[in-house]
Design a protein around this ligand. Structure first.
Ligand code: ATP
Length: 231
């Protein structure tokens, strides 16, 4: 099974590196939580992975293919998808039309509607009329419908109450259980660590923890120190 592997990745923005020497492997069927303080470089890391911004140095491999210099489209063809922060729905299109834009088959749309029964009920409504939580389901659903092997999700909770966000997480777990490798950036750290098997903590662009997520839940001090970059 194919992995997404990053080695010694450095990303520069403006004056200096915002990601320095980061390594990470995403494996099929696993969720990795990427957490850290504001400005730590989480979004920049996702953007470098999907090809929104270039890597200054280091390598990114999808399976055996070195994609470090590949375009965003070329990485997408290899199964890499990125749900960007604040990504919106196509407001005037219905839920079904939004999903059909990315679905490879009609069955792909049905699978998304099965994951989100709320959307099944609203499938003929223009997306503009949905709640914030339902719109985020459409955004996630569009990504799921494309059946990526590797899915990068940036702050899908943005603007949502924790209770609404919690409703989205089981769908992410189900998608991983179907075989996808997921990198989840999330401000609700504990919720992200609970659904993830693996965790990467970054602070000031550097990895301060890499390993299983459970030890971070069991030892709040370890998590705190990783946030501060003092371990
Ligand atoms: N377009 C940009 N141009 C220049 N610097 C940027 C740009 N976007 C982000 N930065 C800087 O890069 C650093 C990392 O930002 P990034 O958004 O990747 O962090 P983050 O961990 O995702 O933060 P947050 O949790 O607040 O979203 C910050 O110092 C930020 O100011």
């Amino acid at each position: 099974m194919s992995t997404l592997r990053i080695e010694n990745l450095t990303v520069t923005r403006g004056a200096g590196p915002v990601i320095a020497d980061v390594g990470l492997t995403l494996e099929p069927g696993k969720i990795t939580a990427l957490v850290g303080p504001n400005g730590a470089g989480k979004t920049s890391l996702l953007e470098a992975l999907s090809g929104v911004i270039p890597a200054a140095s280091g390598t990114i491999h999808v399976g055996h293919t070195d994609v470090t210099k590949h375009s965003r489209v070329s990485r997408a063809r290899l199964g890499l998808a990125h749900v960007e922060q604040g990504r919106a729905v196509f407001a005037s299109l219905t839920v079904l039309e939004n999903l059909r834009l990315t679905a490879k088959t009609p069955a792909g749309v049905d699978e998304v509607l099965a994951l989100f029964p709320e959307l099944e009920k609203r499938k003929n409504s223009p997306a503009a009329l949905l709640s914030g939580g339902e719109q985020q389901m459409v955004v996630l659903g569009r990504a799921f419908a494309a059946k990526p092997k590797f899915l990068l999700i940036d702050e899908m909770s943005l603007g949502l109450a924790p209770a609404v966000f919690t409703r989205l997480l089981p769908a992410v777990t189900e998608f991983a259980n179907a075989g996808a490798a997921i990198l989840l950036v999330e401000q609700f750290t504990h919720l992200a660590l609970k659904v993830a098997q693996e965790a990467l903590v970054v602070s000031s662009g550097k990895v301060t923890y890499a390993g299983e997520s459970q030890p971070l839940l069991d030892n709040p001090d370890t998590l705190h120190q990783a946030y501060l970059g003092t371990n």
